[in-house]
Unconditional design. Structure first.
Lengths: 107, 115
């Protein structure tokens, strides 16, 4: 199966900072990679699909890039509601797999 | 408006069975792939199963293969997950999600496997 490695596990930042989250795949997934945000007690929410496309209603401060095995989610300027856990997921191969998540915490 | 609503969770003993339901509205169930994703307490997301929108093909994680069955009833706009031979490690919140990109999620249904 495709293993997705997210780094760092935790990112401690302040509101207004830029956040850069990484997701590396054990083999190429093309651009079939998505990013999800999960706030405490809530269901996950799709942010980015196919590596770089913002989902409906997602603010422009969220952007995704990459292809093949290396992907990045960037939050240009953190808002208070952005402190959450972020997961990447590949839908290139079965079984589908998620990364273990990156927690963006308030510094 | 797209909505997904899971039900059927609860407490079950190891070796028992449970069927989760995911009622959908705002789109045609038969036209889209649907998935189940679970999250054990305090842990990350784990993909469990999917059913294709085009031909009804089904897919399973190795951890549930042979024990869980995904299905759908298009006339009832409902997705199901039949879970048999449940184990303690199946304890989790189970989410249904719409589409290949999981563009919409339900609120989740808690399944607790314990004696």
């Amino acid at each position: 199966e495709v293993v997705l490695t997210q780094s760092p596990p935790t990112l401690s930042l302040s509101p207004g900072d830029r956040a850069t989250l990484s997701c590396r795949a054990s083999e190429s997934v093309g651009t079939y990679l998505g990013w999800y945000q999960q706030r405490p007690g809530q269901a996950p929410r799709l942010l980015i699909y196919e590596a770089s496309n913002r989902a409906t209603g997602i603010p422009t401060r969220f952007s995704g890039s990459g292809s093949g095995t290396d992907f990045t989610l960037t939050i240009s300027s953190l808002e208070p509601e952005d402190f959450a856990v972020y997961y990447c997921q590949q839908r290139s191969r079965w079984p589908r797999t998620f990364g273990r998540g990156t927690k963006v915490a308030i510094k | 408006e797209v909505q997904l609503l899971e039900s059927g969770g609860g407490l079950v003993q190891p070796g028992g069975s449970l069927r989760l339901s995911c009622g959908v509205s705002g789109f045609t169930l038969s036209s889209r792939s649907m998935s189940w994703v679970r999250q054990a307490p305090g842990k990350g997301l784990e993909w469990v199963s999917a059913i294709s929108g085009s031909d009804g093909s089904t897919y399973y994680a190795d951890s549930v293969k042979g024990r869980f069955t995904i299905s759908r009833d298009n006339s009832k706009n409902t997705l199901y997950l039949q879970m048999n031979s449940l184990r303690v490690e199946d304890t989790a919140v189970y989410y249904c999600a719409k589409g290949g990109d999981y563009e919409y999620w339900g609120q989740g249904s808690l399944v607790t496997v314990s004696s």
